[in-house]
Design a protein around this ligand. Structure first.
Ligand code: SF4
Length: 63
């Protein structure tokens, strides 16, 4: 399932953002079973189809 309202609010896209920013290196990302699988995001509740290569305005780089 996807959370269209929150995706729109955060301007989520299925491709990396500037400077190589992407979901797999964001503190909000909840990875799937494999690194290439879609996962979840703590900033986009209920969405199970977040791409590890996606990006949105709530990106915060993992330390
Ligand atoms: Fe991806 Fe945005 Fe969620 Fe970070 S906050 S994991 S960039 S959708």
């Amino acid at each position: 399932a996807s959370n269209a309202a929150m995706r729109n609010a955060l301007k989520y896209v299925d491709q990396p953002g500037p400077d190589g920013k992407h979901c797999a290196i964001c503190i909000q990302f909840v990875p799937g079973a494999k690194p290439t699988d879609k996962g979840g995001c703590n900033a986009i509740p209920g969405d199970t189809e977040i791409s590890p290569n996606g990006y949105c305005g709530a990106f915060v780089q993992k330390k």
